[in-house]
Design a protein around this ligand. Structure first.
Ligand code: NAD
Length: 517
């Protein structure tokens, strides 16, 4: 768009980084600068090892940040960070993606500022446990008020409570009286693990504005940034409240499906029903659809729980107690599911883990991400530790040890029994049980019957991801067949991703782990 030459994205996180990279990719004439207070994070964004793992992200960052090298036709679809030599082509362009800690310069030179800072749940004060902690957002708005030039368009990218656009307007009015700023809501719907794919072809883009003519002009300016790669029929302009609420509702509905099927898995385990068969049977109903119907350990991550808490808090503040109770049950079932899983493991060891080593494969909150925030694994470990195992071993192909320990320490005081491995073989060695916590591509469940090793030829051939005949399970599947499945490992990433620690020593062979019955 002609009037937006320079964008500043405040918050170089899981949303800010990939969003900025994809906007930069599709708007080569627009300078996109990502600003963060965290120097270490910015350093990593400026290095060869990005701070987050997202399939396809490396290529786009290298192209937009370093001004060229190569691009691959279907990079967003592959689960690797290195393009396939046969399909890539070299392209050259000027760099237009930058990462910086210089607040004043970055904000004062921007025509449009995206707020993509973290908005966690409050842990103390009014609404603790439910309301949104607005500190980071308010801090960013104060910086905007201090340095932004008049007329700069402010875009809420963070997930925020309803009414935040108005809150930002009020803050700006108080801190910079008489200076015009338009505030838009533009929630992000990407999923970690498929962020690039989601950003490249989103189902929709929602832009909420004040509805005034200046608001509509600002919304048009933002829409034209997206128009570079998204059909206009998928760009929806609505009012700011609707836009803010839509994001909370989208996450609440997705999480609700997970809790719904998980609640049914409890019934399946107590009866002869198989939750996978039930899910398939109901998912074929076109009114229901097949997605988000995998029973498992439940949802983790930084978004679903907190957004449901925020929706609950909103309903409570509006005096809608039944509505608040209804949505809070989605989180309640999720906690129940993790607990049920951990207790099931304990039962198999007669509630006594003394002298036992338990291995957790996968710690991230889901497959193909390095994000350890609100990992279901941490809660499972906490329950297992009550029975004093000899060791809890953890392996994750993408998570950084420091971030895993931070999550663990948030729920567990005594961490000396916990061992984090960078070698999956060592993690599994002499283990009494291996718990597959994520359906990561590197982990596959194979029927116990005879299949306890994968030969090189099998590992090298065909698919990297779980194959249907091996019946991939979602994290911590609890179905009737759980005990019949064991872990098979495959060195899928060996030549594909630079960061992956899955440097397998040739063919993988793991002896079957006997479940104590
Ligand atoms: P994150 O914690 O990964 O990143 C936020 C970044 O903002 C951090 O690096 C932090 O240092 C920085 N920051 C905070 N205050 C700042 C300030 N005043 N100035 C400069 N930098 C500041 O968070 P995230 O996962 O990217 O999420 C960001 C927002 O997007 C949240 O509101 C979240 O709910 C929403 N969201 C997240 C996802 C997801 O999958 N992670 C998806 C959709 C929406």
């Amino acid at each position: 768009p002609s009037d937006v030459r320079k964008i500043c994205v405040i918050g170089a996180g899981y949303v800010g980084g990939p969003t900025a990279a994809v906007i930069a990719l599709h708007n080569p004439k627009v300078g996109v600068e990502v600003l963060d207070r965290d120097h270490r994070r910015i350093e990593r964004w400026n290095s060869a090892h990005l701070p987050i793992h997202e399939p396809g992200l490396n290529e786009i960052v290298r192209l937009t940040r370093d001004g060229a090298i190569f691009s691959a036709s279907s990079e967003s679809e592959r689960d690797s960070d290195r393009p396939d030599n046969s399909s890539h082509h070299v392209s050259r362009r000027g760099p237009n993606l930058f990462f910086t800690c210089d607040t004043q310069v970055s904000i004062s030179t921007a025509d449009m500022i995206f707020l993509a800072v973290n908005t966690p749940t409050k842990t103390s004060g009014v609404g603790a446990g439910r309301a949104t902690n607005m500190r980071a957002l308010d801090g960013a708005v104060k910086d905007v008020a201090l340095y932004a030039k008049p007329g700069t368009i402010i875009v809420e990218k963070s997930t925020v409570p309803c009414g935040t656009a108005q809150r930002i307007r009020n803050m700006l009015d108080a801190l910079r009286p008489g200076v015009p700023f338009e505030v838009l809501s533009n929630p992000e719907f990407l999923s970690e693990g498929t962020a690039v794919k989601n950003l490249m072809s989103p189902d929709r883009v929602i832009i909420g504005s004040s509805g005034t003519s200046a608001g509509k002009l600002a919304a048009d300016a933002l829409a034209s940034l997206y128009a570079g790669w998204i059909p206009s029929s998928q760009i929806l302009q609505v009012n700011a409240w609707s836009s803010e609420l839509s994001k909370l509702v989208a996450n609440a509905m997705l999480a609700q499906r997970i809790s719904s099927i998980n609640s049914i898995s409890a019934i399946c385990e107590a009866t002869g029903a198989d939750v996978e068969e039930v899910a398939r049977s109901i998912g074929l109903d076109s009114r229901i659809g097949p997605q988000f119907l995998k029973a498992g350990l439940g949802f983790g991550g930084s978004c679903f729980r907190k957004d449901i808490a925020s929706l609950t808090y909103l309903a409570e503040s509006l005096g809608l107690e039944e509505v608040a109770h209804y949505w809070s049950q989605v989180n309640a079932i999720n906690i129940m599911q993790r607990d049920r899983f951990a207790r099931k493991v304990l039962r198999r060891f007669n509630e006594n883990l003394s002298g036992k080593k338990i291995t957790l494969m996968g710690f991230a909150f889901k497959r193909n991400t390095s994000d350890a925030r609100e990992s279901p694994a941490a809660d499972v470990i906490s329950t297992l530790l009550d029975e004093q195992p000899n060791e809890i071993a953890i392996f994750d192909p993408y998570c950084v040890e420091e971030e895993m320990m931070q999550e663990i320490k948030a729920v567990i005081a005594e961490t000396s029994f916990i061992q984090i491995y960078t070698d999956p073989y060592e993690a599994c060695k002499d283990s009494n049980a291996i718990l597959v916590m994520t359906d990561c591509d590197q982990f596959r469940n194979a029927p116990l019957r005879g299949v306890h090793s994968i030969t090189t030829s099998e590992a090298d051939s065909s698919s990297i991801g779980p194959s249907p005949d091996l019946r991939p399970q979602q994290a911590g599947y609890l179905g009737n067949d759980f005990a019949k499945y064991m872990l098979a490992l495959q060195p899928s990433c060996v030549d594909n991703c630079p960061d992956c620690r899955w440097k397998a020593r040739g063919p993988v062979s793991i002896e079957p782990v006997e479940w104590a019955r």
